[in-house]
Design a protein around this ligand. Sequence first.
Ligand code: ADP
Ligand code: ADP
Length: 217
Amino acid sequence: MAPTYIVLLGPPGAGKGTQAKRIAQKLELVHVSTGDLFRENLKNETELGQLAQQYMNKGELVPDDVTVRMVEERLSRPDCKEGAVMDGFPRTAAQAKAFDELLKKFDSAVKVVPYIKVPDEVLVERLSGRWMSQSGRVYHEKYNPPTVKWIDDIDGSPLYQREDDKPETVRHRIDVYNEQTAPLIDYYRNQGLLVEIDGTQPIEDVTEDIMQAVKEA
Ligand code: ADP
Ligand code: ADP
């Protein structure tokens, strides 16, 4: 069977990372987050990490060519042979087109695009209370707190706040999203792939709606 690719679309703080982890587990697919991949490169001080850092700290997008190459490398690994839940990619029209071409090489195509809708004013509050684990698990001090403050429930490692989750950078990231990523809503709607999901619901209900959208696709 052709591999399955699901693209989670939505502004920063909509809940893509949170949902991608849950959906990937249920569907036994790999969760591919370009943000997590860049942060891993940053931690390991690779050349790609150093390049990406300049953009990430300012809340700008990393250039398309490097991003697409990184995704191609990731999706070519054996653990992705059944497909992947894409979180944070594609983020520009050029990336979306390159992704379509890449999936053709894998004899596949995007299956469905759940678009997690959350109003702007909620996003800043979500991101300023976001606590992350090294492995990319996501918590919120109020909405999804870990059992012990600042400690990951699963592996006991310390949680941290992202440098780019400061309110000034967050507001810029939302502008960048509106300019460069929001046009993908129409791109996927025109292909009949878009399903709107109410992202203001509790985490479990959002997951249920996304699973329903995947089943019906
Ligand atoms: P994204 O990957 O789209 O930037 P995240 O999954 O990292 O979003 O979520 C952003 C923040 O909002 C995190 O702190 C997360 O715990 C919290 N969050 C995610 N989904 C919900 C929800 N449905 N209700 C309340 N808070 C949420
Ligand atoms: P968010 O919580 O906003 O969804 P991510 O963790 O997905 O944040 O991304 C963090 C940063 O990594 C972005 O602000 C950007 O600098 C970079 N990045 C992630 N994905 C992409 C992408 N597809 N294209 C370009 N830059 C990206």
